[in-house]
Design a protein around this ligand. Structure first.
Ligand code: HEC
Ligand code: HEC
Length: 352
């Protein structure tokens, strides 16, 4: 009991000296011309360098799970576009959840989160992994109590928010860090900004197919995120054990509907679909080419396309051109991406 008042005093003193976030600290999004809007940011949680730094530290801190082994970064790996390579990510104590971890790159633009869109913003999403037994399995209030005694967090929280570390501050800082994860350095972006050599001829043919009436890919995978952020049943199953949007709304018409995923960096976010059941991009394209399984809610655009092997290979080359090579060139080669999945003969990316 001796130390507590002194500690409390220190906090109060620091708090009192803490100015409002400095302008110099304010974070500016670096966006290419292909991104035609800024991501929405809540006024009460504007991005600053200090907030992003605090959020980053939390994101990679394994104390965020009950057994101290799992951080957010265990399932959302920077080298893998903030996704992982497991169909279903293993949670704490090896428990299994039911879904594939999505990439968090450009997550700032997501209007709703999770496959069924049940969570409206990143501040609230942060609380979900803590209450989900399959994930962190730790009470965020207990965690905040542990972090108050830490050598880094109390000061960092004061610097970032002029407040003591708390569940709310953790949620806000994690949201700031995730909003800063912008990825835009793909061959496609370079091409769209005027570098006519950025995309291979196969990728260009694939792009034409992608936006054609024949495939209709670009009607759901639209805009600079390659997602309209709506929910569709693409005929993956005739019986869905994970009802997706239906689980949220209780409406039978929503069964099997999942949020259209962004296709940026899709070459490295395998396996695919909400449950990671489709192992490769080739297999995903095969699914769309055959039209999938029958389901009363299946979207009319998912039907046999009768694409040739050449056309499928072109579509794949286009999907490869959506990989951010500026952001993760080394990780890509480490990952064996060039050799295993790339369309042969024509390189899938710019040399530089
Ligand atoms: C055990 C693996 C695992 C851990 C640990 C984990 N996640 Fe996830 N994350 C997932 C999975 C699986 C999903 C997909 C859930 C769904 O769609 O229902 C997901 C979804 C998300 C989404 C929604 C993305 C979108 O586009 O809809 C965000 C944001 C996110 N996680 C952030 C975090 C943060 C922050 C942490 C740490 C506090 C964290 N995750 C810890 C596996 C994990
Ligand atoms: C009716 C809207 C719609 C159309 C048309 C469509 N998609 Fe999709 N696509 C989706 C949805 C929704 C998912 C996610 C399904 C799931 O998770 O079960 C998806 C998943 C994918 C995935 C897997 C991404 C990942 O990260 O898991 C790829 C790749 C893909 N689509 C490419 C295409 C291509 C190429 C075409 C055209 C041949 C196409 N899509 C047509 C809605 C659509």
């Amino acid at each position: 009991m001796q130390r507590l008042p002194a500690f409390a005093f220190l906090i109060v003193a620091l708090w009192a000296c803490q100015p409002a976030p400095k302008i110099a600290d304010a974070y500016t999004f670096q966006l290419p011309a292909t991104f035609d809007s800024l991501p929405p940011v809540p006024t009460e949680n504007q991005l600053t360098e200090a907030r992003i730094a605090l959020g980053k530290k939390l994101f990679f801190d394994a104390r965020l799970s009950a057994d101290g082994k799992l951080s957010c970064g265990s399932c959302h790996l920077p080298a893998l576009a903030y996704a992982d390579t497991f169909a279903i990510s293993a949670g704490v104590h090896g428990r299994l959840d039911v879904r594939n971890a999505p990439s968090l790159l450009n997550v700032a633009y997501q209007q709703t989160l999770f496959r069924e869109g049940g969570i409206p913003n990143l501040e609230l999403q942060v609380l979900a992994p803590f209450v989900n037994e399959g994930e962190m399995n730790l009470n965020i209030r207990d965690l905040a109590r542990i972090l108050v005694a830490d050598s880094f967090y109390p000061m960092a929280a004061l610097e970032a928010y002029a407040e003591q570390i708390s569940p709310l501050i953790m949620a806000k800082a994690l949201a700031c860090f995730q909003r800063s994860l912008i990825s835009s350095g793909s061959a496609y972006d370079a091409f769209m900004q005027g570098d006519s050599t950025a995309m291979t001829s196969a990728a260009l043919r694939g792009m034409q197919l992608f936006y054609s009436d024949q495939t209709a890919c670009g009607t759901c995978h639209s805009g600079f995120l390659f997602s309209d952020q709506q929910f569709y049943n693409v005929g993956l199953y005739s019986l869905y054990s994970d009802e997706g949007r239906g689980r949220l709304t209780g409406n039978p018409d929503d069964v099997g509907r999942m949020k259209t995923p962004s296709l940026r960096n899709v070459a490295i976010t395998f396996p695919y679909m909400h449950d990671g059941s489709v192992v490769s991009l080739g297999a995903v394209l095969q699914h769309f080419n055959t039209g999938g399984k029958d389901h009363p809610n299946k979207d009319g655009r998912i039907r046999p396309l009768n694409l040739s092997q050449m056309e499928l290979s072109d579509l794949k080359a286009f999907l490869y051109a959506l990989t951010d090579t500026v952001y993760m060139p080394t990780q890509l080669s480490l990952h064996g991406y060039e050799s295993t999945e790339a369309p042969q003969s024509e390189g899938n990316n710019r040399e530089n």
